[in-house]
Design a protein around this ligand. Structure first.
Ligand SMILES: [Zn+2]
Length: 443
Protein backbone atom coordinates (compact mmCIF):
# COMPACT_ATOMS: atom_id res chain seq x y z
CA UNK A 1 0.00 0.00 0.00
CA UNK A 2 2.69 2.36 1.08
CA UNK A 3 4.95 1.39 -1.82
CA UNK A 4 2.06 1.92 -4.24
CA UNK A 5 1.45 5.35 -2.83
CA UNK A 6 5.10 6.34 -3.17
CA UNK A 7 5.10 5.02 -6.71
CA UNK A 8 1.97 6.97 -7.52
CA UNK A 9 3.42 10.15 -6.08
CA UNK A 10 6.65 9.63 -8.01
CA UNK A 11 4.73 9.07 -11.23
CA UNK A 12 2.63 12.12 -10.56
CA UNK A 13 5.67 14.33 -9.93
CA UNK A 14 7.51 13.08 -12.99
CA UNK A 15 4.45 13.97 -15.08
CA UNK A 16 4.56 17.53 -13.82
CA UNK A 17 6.60 20.08 -15.67
CA UNK A 18 8.93 22.61 -14.20
CA UNK A 19 7.13 25.35 -12.43
CA UNK A 20 3.88 23.45 -12.22
CA UNK A 21 4.41 22.88 -8.53
CA UNK A 22 4.26 26.18 -6.62
CA UNK A 23 1.52 27.56 -8.84
CA UNK A 24 0.06 29.45 -5.92
CA UNK A 25 3.39 31.13 -5.20
CA UNK A 26 3.85 32.07 -8.87
CA UNK A 27 0.33 33.47 -9.13
CA UNK A 28 0.72 35.69 -6.11
CA UNK A 29 4.25 36.84 -7.01
CA UNK A 30 3.31 37.71 -10.60
CA UNK A 31 0.00 39.41 -9.76
CA UNK A 32 1.54 41.44 -6.90
CA UNK A 33 4.25 42.68 -9.24
CA UNK A 34 1.76 43.59 -11.97
CA UNK A 35 -0.33 45.58 -9.49
CA UNK A 36 2.74 47.41 -8.26
CA UNK A 37 4.06 48.23 -11.75
CA UNK A 38 0.77 49.42 -13.28
CA UNK A 39 0.50 52.10 -10.60
CA UNK A 40 3.55 53.79 -12.12
CA UNK A 41 2.61 56.03 -15.06
CA UNK A 42 4.94 55.28 -17.99
CA UNK A 43 3.05 56.57 -21.01
CA UNK A 44 5.29 57.22 -24.02
CA UNK A 45 4.73 59.99 -26.55
CA UNK A 46 4.68 60.05 -30.36
CA UNK A 47 6.93 62.25 -32.49
CA UNK A 48 9.57 62.95 -29.86
CA UNK A 49 13.18 63.10 -31.04
CA UNK A 50 14.74 61.59 -27.93
CA UNK A 51 14.56 58.12 -26.32
CA UNK A 52 12.93 57.84 -23.85
CA UNK A 53 10.13 60.00 -25.24
CA UNK A 54 8.97 60.73 -21.66
CA UNK A 55 11.13 61.01 -18.54
CA UNK A 56 8.53 59.27 -16.36
CA UNK A 57 9.55 55.92 -17.83
CA UNK A 58 12.61 56.22 -15.59
CA UNK A 59 10.27 55.92 -12.56
CA UNK A 60 9.58 52.28 -13.40
CA UNK A 61 13.12 51.65 -14.68
CA UNK A 62 14.58 52.61 -11.29
CA UNK A 63 12.12 50.37 -9.42
CA UNK A 64 13.06 47.43 -11.67
CA UNK A 65 16.78 48.09 -11.32
CA UNK A 66 16.44 48.05 -7.54
CA UNK A 67 14.41 44.80 -7.62
CA UNK A 68 16.96 43.11 -9.88
CA UNK A 69 19.76 44.22 -7.57
CA UNK A 70 17.81 42.97 -4.55
CA UNK A 71 17.47 39.59 -6.30
CA UNK A 72 21.24 39.61 -6.42
CA UNK A 73 21.73 39.75 -10.19
CA UNK A 74 25.36 40.80 -10.64
CA UNK A 75 25.21 42.83 -13.83
CA UNK A 76 21.96 44.77 -13.31
CA UNK A 77 22.35 48.23 -14.79
CA UNK A 78 20.29 51.15 -16.09
CA UNK A 79 21.21 53.17 -19.15
CA UNK A 80 20.77 56.57 -17.48
CA UNK A 81 20.54 58.35 -20.81
CA UNK A 82 18.13 56.18 -22.78
CA UNK A 83 16.28 54.25 -20.05
CA UNK A 84 17.10 50.61 -20.81
CA UNK A 85 17.38 48.16 -17.91
CA UNK A 86 19.72 45.18 -18.41
CA UNK A 87 20.54 42.24 -16.15
CA UNK A 88 21.99 38.72 -16.23
CA UNK A 89 20.88 35.58 -14.45
CA UNK A 90 24.11 33.55 -14.39
CA UNK A 91 24.12 30.00 -15.74
CA UNK A 92 23.85 27.17 -13.23
CA UNK A 93 25.38 24.64 -15.64
CA UNK A 94 28.98 23.45 -15.50
CA UNK A 95 31.57 25.81 -16.94
CA UNK A 96 31.98 23.51 -19.92
CA UNK A 97 28.24 23.43 -20.65
CA UNK A 98 27.83 27.17 -20.05
CA UNK A 99 30.38 27.79 -22.79
CA UNK A 100 28.34 25.90 -25.40
CA UNK A 101 24.75 26.75 -24.45
CA UNK A 102 23.82 30.10 -26.02
CA UNK A 103 22.80 33.01 -23.79
CA UNK A 104 19.05 33.49 -24.19
CA UNK A 105 17.24 36.75 -23.46
CA UNK A 106 13.75 37.74 -22.29
CA UNK A 107 12.50 41.28 -22.69
CA UNK A 108 9.41 43.39 -22.13
CA UNK A 109 8.61 47.08 -22.58
CA UNK A 110 8.05 49.55 -19.78
CA UNK A 111 6.07 52.22 -21.63
CA UNK A 112 2.28 52.27 -21.93
CA UNK A 113 0.20 53.16 -24.97
CA UNK A 114 -0.84 56.79 -25.34
CA UNK A 115 -4.36 55.80 -26.44
CA UNK A 116 -5.86 56.27 -22.95
CA UNK A 117 -4.33 57.74 -19.78
CA UNK A 118 -2.34 55.38 -17.57
CA UNK A 119 -1.96 57.87 -14.70
CA UNK A 120 -3.45 56.80 -11.34
CA UNK A 121 -4.31 53.28 -12.43
CA UNK A 122 -6.51 51.62 -9.84
CA UNK A 123 -6.31 47.90 -10.64
CA UNK A 124 -9.21 45.71 -9.50
CA UNK A 125 -8.81 42.01 -8.76
CA UNK A 126 -12.01 40.05 -9.39
CA UNK A 127 -11.29 36.99 -7.26
CA UNK A 128 -12.78 33.65 -8.18
CA UNK A 129 -14.61 35.01 -11.25
CA UNK A 130 -18.04 33.40 -11.49
CA UNK A 131 -18.80 34.12 -15.16
CA UNK A 132 -20.90 36.86 -16.76
CA UNK A 133 -20.09 40.40 -17.88
CA UNK A 134 -17.71 42.48 -15.75
CA UNK A 135 -18.90 46.04 -15.05
CA UNK A 136 -16.01 48.35 -14.15
CA UNK A 137 -16.86 50.17 -10.91
CA UNK A 138 -15.79 53.76 -11.58
CA UNK A 139 -17.34 54.01 -15.06
CA UNK A 140 -20.24 51.61 -15.31
CA UNK A 141 -20.55 52.25 -19.05
CA UNK A 142 -17.32 50.26 -19.34
CA UNK A 143 -18.35 46.61 -19.46
CA UNK A 144 -16.18 43.63 -20.40
CA UNK A 145 -18.77 41.42 -22.03
CA UNK A 146 -18.67 37.67 -22.52
CA UNK A 147 -20.03 38.26 -26.03
CA UNK A 148 -16.97 40.26 -27.09
CA UNK A 149 -14.53 38.38 -24.83
CA UNK A 150 -15.28 34.68 -25.25
CA UNK A 151 -12.00 33.89 -23.45
CA UNK A 152 -13.68 35.09 -20.24
CA UNK A 153 -15.46 31.74 -20.13
CA UNK A 154 -12.11 29.97 -19.88
CA UNK A 155 -11.36 32.03 -16.77
CA UNK A 156 -14.27 30.97 -14.56
CA UNK A 157 -12.83 30.23 -11.12
CA UNK A 158 -9.70 32.25 -11.86
CA UNK A 159 -8.75 35.73 -10.62
CA UNK A 160 -9.15 38.44 -13.26
CA UNK A 161 -7.40 41.80 -13.09
CA UNK A 162 -9.02 44.86 -14.71
CA UNK A 163 -8.98 48.66 -14.40
CA UNK A 164 -11.66 50.61 -12.55
CA UNK A 165 -12.92 51.85 -15.93
CA UNK A 166 -11.14 55.22 -16.01
CA UNK A 167 -7.66 54.38 -17.34
CA UNK A 168 -5.58 51.84 -19.20
CA UNK A 169 -4.44 48.82 -17.22
CA UNK A 170 -1.14 48.77 -19.14
CA UNK A 171 -0.79 45.04 -18.58
CA UNK A 172 0.63 45.59 -22.07
CA UNK A 173 3.41 45.15 -21.26
CA UNK A 174 3.78 45.36 -17.49
CA UNK A 175 2.43 41.82 -17.34
CA UNK A 176 5.44 40.80 -19.44
CA UNK A 177 7.78 42.56 -17.00
CA UNK A 178 6.07 40.97 -13.96
CA UNK A 179 6.29 37.53 -15.57
CA UNK A 180 9.99 37.80 -16.46
CA UNK A 181 10.84 39.09 -12.96
CA UNK A 182 8.84 36.28 -11.36
CA UNK A 183 10.48 33.66 -13.60
CA UNK A 184 13.92 34.97 -12.59
CA UNK A 185 13.01 34.84 -8.91
CA UNK A 186 11.60 31.34 -9.38
CA UNK A 187 14.76 30.06 -11.07
CA UNK A 188 16.88 31.58 -8.28
CA UNK A 189 14.77 29.73 -5.70
CA UNK A 190 15.02 26.47 -7.66
CA UNK A 191 18.66 25.81 -8.58
CA UNK A 192 17.64 22.26 -9.54
CA UNK A 193 16.12 23.74 -12.71
CA UNK A 194 19.03 23.89 -15.12
CA UNK A 195 19.53 26.88 -17.40
CA UNK A 196 22.35 28.57 -19.28
CA UNK A 197 23.08 32.30 -19.11
CA UNK A 198 19.77 34.17 -19.09
CA UNK A 199 19.66 37.83 -20.12
CA UNK A 200 16.92 40.20 -19.01
CA UNK A 201 16.03 43.58 -20.55
CA UNK A 202 13.27 46.14 -20.05
CA UNK A 203 12.96 48.76 -22.76
CA UNK A 204 11.30 52.16 -23.22
CA UNK A 205 9.19 53.50 -26.10
CA UNK A 206 7.94 50.28 -27.70
CA UNK A 207 4.51 51.80 -28.31
CA UNK A 208 6.06 54.60 -30.36
CA UNK A 209 8.24 52.20 -32.35
CA UNK A 210 11.55 53.30 -30.87
CA UNK A 211 12.31 50.54 -28.36
CA UNK A 212 15.30 49.07 -30.19
CA UNK A 213 16.82 52.43 -31.17
CA UNK A 214 19.54 52.51 -28.51
CA UNK A 215 19.32 48.89 -27.42
CA UNK A 216 22.79 47.56 -26.57
CA UNK A 217 22.59 44.16 -28.29
CA UNK A 218 26.32 43.54 -28.03
CA UNK A 219 26.69 44.61 -24.40
CA UNK A 220 23.60 42.62 -23.41
CA UNK A 221 25.06 39.48 -24.94
CA UNK A 222 22.01 37.31 -25.70
CA UNK A 223 22.30 35.25 -28.89
CA UNK A 224 18.54 34.69 -29.15
CA UNK A 225 15.73 36.47 -27.36
CA UNK A 226 11.98 36.48 -26.74
CA UNK A 227 9.79 39.51 -26.29
CA UNK A 228 7.09 38.71 -23.72
CA UNK A 229 4.59 41.09 -25.28
CA UNK A 230 1.95 38.93 -26.96
CA UNK A 231 -1.71 38.89 -25.97
CA UNK A 232 -3.81 35.89 -25.05
CA UNK A 233 -2.63 32.62 -23.55
CA UNK A 234 -0.54 30.60 -26.02
CA UNK A 235 0.19 33.36 -28.48
CA UNK A 236 3.50 32.82 -30.26
CA UNK A 237 4.60 34.99 -33.16
CA UNK A 238 7.42 34.62 -35.61
CA UNK A 239 5.85 36.86 -38.24
CA UNK A 240 5.10 40.54 -38.29
CA UNK A 241 3.87 42.80 -41.03
CA UNK A 242 6.21 44.37 -43.53
CA UNK A 243 5.58 48.03 -42.84
CA UNK A 244 5.99 51.27 -44.72
CA UNK A 245 4.75 54.77 -44.04
CA UNK A 246 3.67 57.19 -46.77
CA UNK A 247 3.36 60.95 -46.53
CA UNK A 248 1.16 62.37 -49.29
CA UNK A 249 1.50 66.12 -49.83
CA UNK A 250 -1.10 68.11 -51.76
CA UNK A 251 0.12 71.56 -52.83
CA UNK A 252 -2.44 74.17 -53.88
CA UNK A 253 -2.41 77.97 -53.93
CA UNK A 254 -3.87 80.23 -51.29
CA UNK A 255 -5.13 83.78 -51.61
CA UNK A 256 -7.61 86.04 -49.81
CA UNK A 257 -10.96 84.25 -50.12
CA UNK A 258 -12.70 87.53 -50.98
CA UNK A 259 -10.64 87.90 -54.13
CA UNK A 260 -9.93 84.26 -54.90
CA UNK A 261 -11.95 83.75 -58.07
CA UNK A 262 -9.86 81.99 -60.68
CA UNK A 263 -6.78 82.11 -58.45
CA UNK A 264 -7.24 79.95 -55.37
CA UNK A 265 -6.42 76.25 -55.63
CA UNK A 266 -7.65 74.65 -52.38
CA UNK A 267 -5.55 71.59 -51.55
CA UNK A 268 -8.16 70.32 -49.06
CA UNK A 269 -10.55 69.23 -51.83
CA UNK A 270 -7.87 67.14 -53.49
CA UNK A 271 -6.86 65.59 -50.15
CA UNK A 272 -10.43 64.63 -49.30
CA UNK A 273 -11.01 63.20 -52.78
CA UNK A 274 -7.82 61.15 -52.42
CA UNK A 275 -9.03 59.80 -49.07
CA UNK A 276 -12.34 58.77 -50.65
CA UNK A 277 -10.41 56.50 -53.03
CA UNK A 278 -9.01 54.14 -50.37
CA UNK A 279 -10.24 50.63 -51.32
CA UNK A 280 -12.99 49.49 -48.96
CA UNK A 281 -11.68 45.92 -48.67
CA UNK A 282 -8.13 47.00 -47.74
CA UNK A 283 -8.77 48.90 -44.53
CA UNK A 284 -7.78 47.86 -40.99
CA UNK A 285 -11.48 47.79 -40.14
CA UNK A 286 -12.26 45.33 -42.97
CA UNK A 287 -9.22 43.03 -42.86
CA UNK A 288 -7.85 40.36 -40.51
CA UNK A 289 -5.45 37.41 -40.30
CA UNK A 290 -2.87 37.58 -43.06
CA UNK A 291 -4.59 40.33 -45.09
CA UNK A 292 -2.67 43.58 -45.54
CA UNK A 293 -4.09 47.08 -45.41
CA UNK A 294 -3.78 50.73 -46.40
CA UNK A 295 -4.64 53.10 -43.58
CA UNK A 296 -4.85 56.92 -43.65
CA UNK A 297 -4.37 57.99 -40.01
CA UNK A 298 -3.40 61.64 -39.85
CA UNK A 299 -4.45 64.67 -41.92
CA UNK A 300 -3.35 68.27 -41.50
CA UNK A 301 -3.83 71.04 -43.97
CA UNK A 302 -5.11 74.34 -45.25
CA UNK A 303 -5.78 75.81 -48.70
CA UNK A 304 -2.10 76.06 -49.55
CA UNK A 305 -0.96 72.63 -48.52
CA UNK A 306 -2.39 69.43 -47.00
CA UNK A 307 -0.48 66.49 -45.68
CA UNK A 308 -1.83 62.98 -45.22
CA UNK A 309 -0.03 60.17 -43.40
CA UNK A 310 -0.74 56.60 -44.47
CA UNK A 311 0.29 53.21 -43.07
CA UNK A 312 1.11 50.48 -45.62
CA UNK A 313 1.10 46.91 -44.26
CA UNK A 314 1.43 43.41 -45.69
CA UNK A 315 2.99 40.09 -44.68
CA UNK A 316 4.48 39.61 -48.18
CA UNK A 317 6.78 42.06 -49.93
CA UNK A 318 4.83 41.61 -53.18
CA UNK A 319 1.67 42.68 -51.35
CA UNK A 320 3.46 45.71 -49.95
CA UNK A 321 4.58 46.74 -53.43
CA UNK A 322 1.05 46.27 -54.79
CA UNK A 323 -0.29 48.58 -52.08
CA UNK A 324 2.30 51.21 -53.04
CA UNK A 325 1.04 50.98 -56.63
CA UNK A 326 -2.55 51.52 -55.48
CA UNK A 327 -1.47 54.77 -53.80
CA UNK A 328 0.18 55.87 -57.08
CA UNK A 329 -3.03 55.11 -59.01
CA UNK A 330 -5.04 57.10 -56.45
CA UNK A 331 -2.58 59.97 -56.97
CA UNK A 332 -3.11 59.85 -60.77
CA UNK A 333 -6.89 59.85 -60.45
CA UNK A 334 -6.74 62.79 -58.03
CA UNK A 335 -4.43 64.72 -60.36
CA UNK A 336 -6.84 64.16 -63.25
CA UNK A 337 -9.66 65.65 -61.20
CA UNK A 338 -7.57 68.46 -59.67
CA UNK A 339 -4.93 69.24 -62.32
CA UNK A 340 -3.73 72.39 -60.54
CA UNK A 341 -2.89 70.57 -57.31
CA UNK A 342 0.61 69.08 -57.15
CA UNK A 343 0.73 65.74 -55.35
CA UNK A 344 3.82 64.08 -53.97
CA UNK A 345 4.05 60.66 -52.30
CA UNK A 346 7.04 59.84 -50.12
CA UNK A 347 7.29 56.26 -48.87
CA UNK A 348 9.74 55.12 -46.18
CA UNK A 349 10.38 51.67 -44.71
CA UNK A 350 9.37 51.18 -41.07
CA UNK A 351 10.09 47.48 -40.40
CA UNK A 352 10.16 44.12 -42.15
CA UNK A 353 8.54 40.73 -41.50
CA UNK A 354 10.96 39.00 -39.13
CA UNK A 355 10.07 35.54 -40.47
CA UNK A 356 12.57 35.93 -43.32
CA UNK A 357 15.32 35.80 -40.65
CA UNK A 358 13.67 33.58 -38.02
CA UNK A 359 13.10 30.75 -40.50
CA UNK A 360 16.89 30.24 -40.45
CA UNK A 361 16.79 29.51 -36.69
CA UNK A 362 13.76 27.20 -36.36
CA UNK A 363 14.79 26.00 -32.87
CA UNK A 364 14.10 29.43 -31.36
CA UNK A 365 10.37 29.08 -32.05
CA UNK A 366 10.34 25.27 -31.63
CA UNK A 367 11.70 25.52 -28.07
CA UNK A 368 9.00 28.06 -27.20
CA UNK A 369 6.31 25.75 -28.58
CA UNK A 370 7.77 22.85 -26.62
CA UNK A 371 7.89 24.95 -23.43
CA UNK A 372 4.20 25.88 -23.77
CA UNK A 373 3.19 22.27 -24.37
CA UNK A 374 5.08 21.20 -21.23
CA UNK A 375 2.86 23.47 -19.13
CA UNK A 376 -0.34 22.47 -20.88
CA UNK A 377 -0.67 25.51 -23.11
CA UNK A 378 -1.62 25.04 -26.76
CA UNK A 379 0.64 27.29 -28.84
CA UNK A 380 -1.28 29.62 -31.16
CA UNK A 381 1.01 30.68 -33.99
CA UNK A 382 -0.27 34.11 -34.79
CA UNK A 383 1.13 36.58 -37.31
CA UNK A 384 1.37 39.96 -35.56
CA UNK A 385 -0.73 42.57 -37.36
CA UNK A 386 1.75 45.20 -36.30
CA UNK A 387 5.38 45.35 -35.34
CA UNK A 388 7.17 44.23 -32.23
CA UNK A 389 10.48 45.37 -30.86
CA UNK A 390 11.55 41.87 -31.85
CA UNK A 391 11.01 42.52 -35.54
CA UNK A 392 13.54 45.36 -35.48
CA UNK A 393 15.95 43.47 -33.20
CA UNK A 394 15.76 40.43 -35.46
CA UNK A 395 17.04 42.54 -38.35
CA UNK A 396 19.70 44.05 -36.08
CA UNK A 397 21.13 40.52 -35.60
CA UNK A 398 19.19 39.26 -32.57
CA UNK A 399 16.51 36.71 -33.62
CA UNK A 400 13.54 37.56 -31.36
CA UNK A 401 10.08 36.00 -31.68
CA UNK A 402 7.23 37.12 -29.42
CA UNK A 403 5.45 35.05 -26.76
CA UNK A 404 2.24 35.73 -24.84
CA UNK A 405 2.06 37.92 -21.75
CA UNK A 406 -1.65 37.07 -21.39
CA UNK A 407 -3.47 40.39 -21.53
CA UNK A 408 -6.66 40.95 -23.51
CA UNK A 409 -8.07 44.18 -25.04
CA UNK A 410 -4.80 46.13 -24.83
CA UNK A 411 -4.72 49.90 -25.43
CA UNK A 412 -8.12 50.56 -23.88
CA UNK A 413 -10.05 50.84 -20.63
CA UNK A 414 -11.47 47.32 -21.12
CA UNK A 415 -8.04 45.73 -20.79
CA UNK A 416 -8.03 42.60 -18.58
CA UNK A 417 -5.76 39.72 -17.71
CA UNK A 418 -6.47 36.35 -16.09
CA UNK A 419 -4.01 35.45 -13.32
CA UNK A 420 -3.73 31.95 -14.76
CA UNK A 421 -2.29 33.32 -18.03
CA UNK A 422 0.41 35.07 -16.00
CA UNK A 423 1.23 31.79 -14.25
CA UNK A 424 1.51 29.96 -17.59
CA UNK A 425 3.71 32.73 -18.99
CA UNK A 426 6.11 32.48 -16.02
CA UNK A 427 6.22 28.69 -16.44
CA UNK A 428 6.81 29.06 -20.18
CA UNK A 429 9.79 31.37 -19.56
CA UNK A 430 11.25 28.91 -17.03
CA UNK A 431 10.77 26.00 -19.42
CA UNK A 432 12.24 27.82 -22.43
CA UNK A 433 15.34 28.48 -20.31
CA UNK A 434 15.49 24.82 -19.31
CA UNK A 435 14.97 23.50 -22.87
CA UNK A 436 17.86 25.64 -24.15
CA UNK A 437 20.05 24.09 -21.44
CA UNK A 438 18.92 20.60 -22.49
CA UNK A 439 19.04 20.95 -26.25
CA UNK A 440 20.61 24.25 -27.21
CA UNK A 441 24.31 23.34 -27.03
CA UNK A 442 26.16 24.49 -30.12
CA UNK A 443 23.17 26.37 -31.63
ZN1 LIG B 1 3.12 45.77 -25.97
Amino acid sequence: MRATLVLLITLFLSEMSLGQVDEGWIKKAAADRLIRYVKIDTQSKEDMAQVPSTQKQFDLARVLLKELQDLGLPEARLDEKHCYVYATLPSNLSEQQTAVVPAVGFMAHMDASSSVSDANVNPIIHRDYRGGDIVLPNDTTCVITVEKNPNLLKSVGDDIITTDGTTLLAADDKAGIAEIMTAVEYMLKHPEIKHGTIKIAFTPDEEVGKGPEYFDIKGWGAKYAYTVDGGQLGELSEETFNAQAAVVTFSGKNTHPGYAKGIMVNSLYAASYFISLFPEDMKPETTEGREGYLHPYDLTGNEEQSRLKVLIRDFDMSGLEAEGKILQEMKQRTEQKFPKVKINIKITDTYRNMYSVLEKYPEVVEFAEEAMKRVGVKPILLPVRGGTDGSQLTFMGLPTPNIFAGEENPHGKLEWIPANSMVRSVQTIVNISNIWAERGAGK
